[in-house]
Structures are given as C-alpha cells and as structure tokens.
Ligand binder design. Structure first.
Ligand SMILES: [Fe+2]
Length: 365
C-alpha cells in the first residue's frame, strides 16, 4: 500500500511571520477571529488585533480548556449570525480545536453535538481556516481533527474530516514568548510525546520519522531552557512542535494519548499534564516492542538512554508520577478502559487488553 501525506495548505514559520497574516487571507474576507484570553493581553496579541481591525472581524476572546461542545456551538452561532466566510484561530490547542470545528460547521446545518455523536456527517470543506499556535505545542495547526469534550457524558474524542486541515498555518515563535512557565512545560511535554509516539507508530514512514526525529531532538534539547524563558529555546520548541505536528498528523499517536483523553475528561487533568504523567510508564510498556526505535532516538539525541532522558525531563519539570492529586481510584477504571479505545490506542506499538489496561492504571492511584 502506498503512503499518503497531507499538509496544511500553506505553512509559514519564522519570527515575526504573524505580521504576514492579513496578506495571506482571501481578498475581501470577513473573518471570525478566535483568540486565547491571556494571549490577547500580550504585546503580540494586541498587535494582531490591530493588524486585523481593518477587516472588521467578528471577535471571540477566550475558549474553555479541553473545549466542551457548548463552546463550539457558541462559535458556530456567532459565525452564522455574523455571516463570516473565514475563521482565524490564535491560541493554544483548545482555541485552535474549537475554531477548527466551527470553521467546518458554520456553513452547514446542525449543532456540533450532532456531528460528534455521528447523527450527522461533515459533508466536506468548511470555511477558510487559519491557525496560529501560541503554545509549543499541540500540533493542532497541522491535524485534521478537533479534540472536544461532551461534558454530559464526559466523553472526549475527535471530530475528524480530511478537509478540516488548516488552509494556512502560521507558526511564529514570537507568539509563544508570553506563554507562562507551567503551560510551556505541559504543552512542551505534549509536543515531545507526540514526536516520539509518531516516531514509534506502526504507520510511520521514512518521511515522517525524519520529521519526528528532528522534533524529538529539538524538544529534548530545548524544553527546560524554554520553560526558563530563553527566546532561542522557545523558537526551537516552536519549530520542534511544528515538525512533530506535521509528522503525527500523518501517522497518529499511541497509548499515552489513548489513556490521556478519558483520564483528562473524567478527572479534569490538563492534556499536557496527563500525557506527561503517562509518558514514562507507557514507554516502559512499549519497550519490548520498540526498544530499537528508542535506541535510534537516543543516538539521534546524543543521550545514553532515551527513556531515562524522558524520565529526567519529566522530573526536572516537576511532573507528578501518578494521578493521586486528581483523585484517580479503581472506580474510574471501567470508564477509562471503555473510553481509551481511540485511533491513538489502536496504533500503539504494543496493544493492551482491557485487563492489562486496568493493571497498568493501578500504578497511578
Ligand atoms: Fe497531545
């Protein structure tokens, strides 16, 4: 079977690239701008708002973390009422995912819940969609899905369509400079996990592994300094996150993301933190199957032991070793095991039976 690769329509990377946004939009467009709240108060956020003011965008500042369906419906209502023809997302993964879903659904009928439940199917291309990440990162500027949460059922899963990829992704490291330390650490570890889960994924190819390997190397080398506010390190993190997103959007992820979604939605664990806590134990589970890949990554990164390096990084960033403080108990296991069977879990290098998944979860209580 052949390999198939799809990318955002146009990816721009570089310091100051966000200033190219107006010139990259369709001529005469009437956009909806969805921007993260804290970013909107930064110097770059204010400059972006000024740059877009001549287009008189419909503006929505702030989207809840781990976006609930209701927040997407609010964007859809706003966009339909304002008769917008394009959507611009400037923020972290939650902002980009919510705006991406809105861009797909504004021009069609129904609520996002109807598409999320499968009652309706996304018919095709939505509105022009531009994504500018302000964290490094989630890779959401490169993926064709939105991770959303139904707060009634606590189910967190992807709304997906091949044509949901951004038409324009501007990855500008400057947009990450104001990101607080804790969010830089959590989103950076998410990017790190996504980079090596892409690398070890059974669907990986020479092309995707080249991108994933470079992402792993950049992130491992720069994340600690990025958390300390070093601009050069933050620039390298933005590039690493972009490379990881381009790669894993072709391959998919693994069990860290498989478990992170139900644990995150059930116990309100931020996504990056959930991935970081699960990271090393899942690597050890996968080691019998993909030990050779970890040895390749160790060599690429210039470290003696890749799992050991990941463990040291998590320790340096003060990541907890379990979910005790989030209240995980055995009573949660049936929900987690039932809802971890996502596309990510399906492509984990070493499968988990339900019983093995329950035994594995015991170590986090
Ligand atoms: Fe992630």
């Amino acid at each position: 079977m052949s390999c198939s690769y799809t990318f955002p329509g146009n990816i721009r990377f570089g310091e100051g690239a966000f200033r190219e946004l107006p010139a990259c939009l369709p001529a005469g467009c009437r956009p909806m701008l969805v921007m993260g709240k804290s970013f909107s108060l930064s110097a770059e956020g204010k400059e972006l708002l000024e740059l877009l003011a001549p287009l008189q965008p419909v503006i929505r500042i702030g989207v809840p973390a781990e976006p609930p369906l209701e927040s997407v419906d609010e964007l859809i209502t706003l966009g339909r009422a304002g008769q917008v023809d394009s959507v611009i997302a400037v923020g972290g993964g939650s902002v980009i995912d919510a705006a991406k879903a809105a861009a797909a659904l504004i021009p069609v009928e129904g609520t996002v819940g109807e598409y999320f439940s499968g009652a309706r199917t996304i018919p095709g291309k939505g509105l022009f969609f531009a994504a500018l990440p302000t964290t490094a990162g989630t890779g959401a500027e490169s993926t064709n899905n939105s991770v959303l949460t139904d707060t009634a059922t606590k189910i967190k899963k992807s709304l997906r369509h091949p044509l949901m990829k951004a038409d324009l992704a501007i990855v500008d490291p400057m947009l990450t400079w104001s990101c607080p330390r804790a969010l830089t650490a959590a989103s950076g570890l998410d990017a790190f996990v996504q980079a090596f889960e892409g690398y070890t994924n059974p669907k990986a190819s020479e092309l995707t592994r080249a991108l994933s390997a470079q992402a792993v190397k950049l992130i491992l080398k720069n994340l600690k300094a990025a958390c300390d506010g070093d601009h050069a390190a933050r620039n390298a993190m933005a590039e690493g996150s972009m490379l990881s997103g381009v790669a894993f959007s072709q391959t998919g992820l693994g069990a860290i993301h498989g478990f992170a979604h139900p644990i995150g939605s059930l116990l309100h664990v931020p996504h990056g933190v959930a991935c970081a806590v699960l990271m090393v134990p899942v690597m050890r589970w996968n080691e019998p199957v993909c030990g050779a890949r970890y040895r390749e990554l160790a060599e690429i990164c210039g470290v003696p032991d890749f799992i050991g390096a990941a463990e040291e990084l998590a320790r340096a960033l003060e990541i907890p070793s379990d979910f005790k403080k989030y209240g995980l108990t055995k009573d949660h296991f049936p929900f987690i095991v039932k809802n971890c069977r996502s596309a990510s879990m399906a492509t984990n290098p070493r499968p988990f039976t339900d019983g093995e998944a329950e035994d594995f979860l015991e170590t986090f209580c």
